[in-house]
Ligand binder design. Structure first.
Ligand code: BV8
Length: 247
């Protein structure tokens, strides 16, 4: 058993990491619930539910087209926090599973591979006619054609809206039931089931639970320890502390 800072952790144990919009903030992408966040400008009910899409698909397409354009801006690149998590996956002897609520591709671009996008991906389209998911980097409209089946008007962005089941929950639940460390980064702890993961890791796996965030989240009291500050400062520092134990 190695002592990593304030954590008792064996170096072959699984680490589960949950990230939210805060980890991408310093790459230039907006969060949701900060004063300048996305939900300060537009209502969830108008753009991020199946009902909104049924009611006004073009409005929903426009909302995600603007975010896709922003993500594909050359100025938006992975930051030191994304890169530190990719380093941890490469050097930690045990499994590092990264579960992100984010729909951007900054974790992949930083080198993370053992990655689950539980709320889907902005750069993918899902066809309501054939069910396929395809890479999608351009504007999406009601005239867009499915790359797999050729149908037009059947595409939606491949993200999980409110009221829809997040992706790969069985795989996430299995990991939460058998991990030595659970780390929550850049999330306000508002949205379920993600906000419930810390309690699961604690009660089912007896994991040490760590919050790395700009400020205490709504779930702060559920964590054993925390480090507060910008992700590009606290995440690399924490990863270095973990890797000191294995070097
Ligand atoms: C589900 C994808 C059940 C799209 C998102 C009524 C009906 C149905 C469900 C519900 C209901 N009432 C409640 C629910 C549950 C609902 C929910 O939790 N609602 C909340 C609002 C109460 N959840 C769902 O609907 C989920 N599905 O429950 O299905 C079911 C069961 C059976 C069968 C079918 C269904 C689905 C939720 C997923 C919704 N999709 N996004 C898109 O992105 O457009 S959620 C959205 O919120 C994003 O994914 C985002 O990631 C997520 C969480 O937000 P955060 O990432 O935490 O971002 P936030 O801005 O809130 O916080 C940022 C944090 O970063 C802050 O703490 C800040 O301090 C910090 N920060 C800022 N800067 C920095 C920083 N930290 C470090 N460094 C910095 N520089």
């Amino acid at each position: 058993m190695n002592i990593v800072g304030e954590i008792q952790l064996s170096v072959d144990s699984r680490i589960v990491i949950l990230t939210g919009a805060g980890i991408s903030r310093e790459s230039g992408l907006a969060t949701f619930r900060d004063p300048d966040g996305i939900w300060a400008r537009v209502r969830i009910e108008d753009v991020a539910t199946p009902e909104a899409f049924a009611r006004d698909p073009e409005r929903v397409h426009a909302f995600y087209n603007a975010r896709r354009k922003g993500l594909l801006d050359a100025a938006v690149t992975p930051n030191a926090a994304h890169l530190a998590l990719a380093l941890l996956e490469a050097e930690w002897p045990g499994e590092v599973l990264l579960v992100t609520q984010n729909i951007d591709d900054l974790h992949e671009r930083a080198g993370s591979a053992n990655l689950i996008h539980m709320h889907g991906e902005l750069l993918k389209a899902r066809c309501l006619a054939c069910g396929s998911a395809s890479a999608w980097r351009q504007e999406m409209t009601g005239e867009s054609r499915c790359p797999s089946c050729g149908e037009t008007g059947s595409l939606r962005v491949d993200v999980v809206w409110f009221g829809e089941m997040p992706y790969e929950m069985a795989r996430i639940e299995r990991a939460l039931g058998d991990c030595g460390l659970f780390v929550s980064i850049g999330t306000s702890g508002n949205v379920y089931p993600a906000a419930g993961f810390v309690a699961e890791a604690h009660h089912r796996a007896g994991a040490h639970c760590m919050e790395l965030n700009l400020e205490p989240s709504d779930g702060a009291s559920l964590f054993d320890a925390a480090r507060y500050g910008p992700a590009t400062e606290v995440v690399p520092g924490f990863v270095e502390d973990l890797l000191k134990a294995v070097r």
